[in-house]
Ligand binder design. Structure first.
Ligand SMILES: Nc1ncnc2c1ncn2[C@@H]1O[C@H](COP(=O)(O)OP(=O)(O)O)[C@@H](O)[C@H]1O
Ligand SMILES: [Mg+2]
Length: 344
């Protein structure tokens, strides 16, 4: 589909949005002329977001270094990485707020930079740091945000306000951080957007509300909504995400279903031994560290019995076996820059 937009506003206007990280739009910088339009790159049928080899620098700092991300229709896709990894930068490119330096980005069969008006009718965004109009009540803000997206589902809106125990009569300036997040979450989930882009949306929510959030995102998924959910906490994504992409230093270092990723985790064995082992006795172990009489090892799940059998003759003073967890995979991916297994 070939689309042309000709921006007629030549002055810079400031549109206040409730989102702290996009407080103003410089219309000149989003002005598009027909000459800039290119033929759209088709995306695969089942993908809602398809990013290939995306690069973005801020001055001499390269925030995104060839990032690939594919989000399939109807899935909840977890976007996991520590602070500073490049999650928000990627999301800002997807929202048409930042222009990429290189790579291809397709979103709902459009180009986020060129088709910004069309695409924003079909998606809803929740940032990690919501700021609201100070004099407007939460309820008014929810309705205004809904109206910007072509209306919202009133019954669902009321249900969400209830479930999040949000008082919609308070004014923006009176809300705590957690309550401002709730306003944006309710507005996004009450809309009929087919794509939700949620950038660390639960920051400031207490654990009870975190649970409500998990439930309402699961409900959205049942309605067929596609969700990109970024987080720096593995536990938050573990129950919700169909697939995960793990980002480090502007690149995806691991991507797959939870089952795929779980398959890569290892059991951690810690032992205190009577005798110092000979490395030749430890072939069953993946990674081993020996510190005096203490041994710490990561072992493939199917080698645990063999590993413990190898330790037994050395005299076990104590032994702990920790089951594989995604948290341990996450830690391993961020542990060591020069580990070839990590940087592949
Ligand atoms: N506008 C900007 N100017 C300069 N550096 C930026 C800008 N936005 C982000 N960065 C840098 O890019 C890196 C990635 O940031 P970000 O995408 O916000 O990470 P995340 O959302 O994963 O925490 C960080 O080192 C951050 O300091
Ligand atoms: Mg961020």
């Amino acid at each position: 589909m070939r689309k042309r937009y000709h921006q007629t506003h030549r002055n810079t206007h400031t549109l206040r949005t409730p989102f702290g990280d996009s407080p103003s739009w410089d219309f000149d910088s989003v002005a598009l002329t027909a000459g800039e339009c290119e033929e759209a790159v088709p995306m695969s049928a089942d993908a809602v977001i398809e990013v290939e080899n995306l690069t973005k620098s801020f001055g001499s700092f390269q925030a995104l270094r060839g990032l690939d991300l594919k989000v399939e229709r109807g899935q909840v896709h977890g976007f996991l990485g520590p602070n500073g990894a490049g999650k928000s930068t990627t999301i800002r490119v997807l929202l048409g707020l930042l222009r990429p330096d290189g790579g291809t980005v397709r979103l709902l069969d459009g180009d986020p930079w060129k088709d910004v008006v069309d695409l924003h009718r079909r998606l809803a965004y929740v940032p990690g740091d919501v700021s609201l109009w100070p004099g407007m009540t939460g309820g008014e803000a929810i309705d205004l945000l809904g109206a910007l997206r072509g209306g919202l589902n009133k019954a669902r809106r009321d249900e969400l306000v209830d479930r999040f125990e949000l008082d919609p009569r308070k004014r923006g300036r009176q809300y705590s951080k957690g309550n401002r997040q709730k306003v944006a979450i309710v507005a996004a989930l009450a809309s009929d957007a087919e794509l939700l882009i949620l950038d660390e949306p639960t920051s400031g929510l207490d654990p009870l509300m975190e649970n409500v959030f998990q439930e309402v995102v699961a409900d959205a998924k049942r309605r067929g909504v596609t969700v990109l959910l970024s987080s720096h906490v593995m536990a938050e994504l573990e129950t919700l995400a169909d697939r995960l992409s793990i980002i480090r230093d502007g690149r995806i270092v691991e991507s797959g279903t939870l089952t795929d990723l779980r398959g890569q985790t290892r059991t951690v064995i810690r032992a205190v031994l009577e005798r110092v082992p000979d490395p030749a006795d430890l072939t069953a172990f993946g990674e081993v560290r020996i510190d005096g009489d203490r041994l710490t090892a990561a072992v493939d799940s199917d080698k645990v019995a063999e590993a413990i059998a190898a330790l037994a003759p050395l005299g076990l003073v104590s032994l702990t076996v920790a089951p594989p967890s995604l948290e341990s995979l996450f830690l391993r991916l961020y542990e060591n820059e020069s580990d070839p297994e990590v940087t592949r």
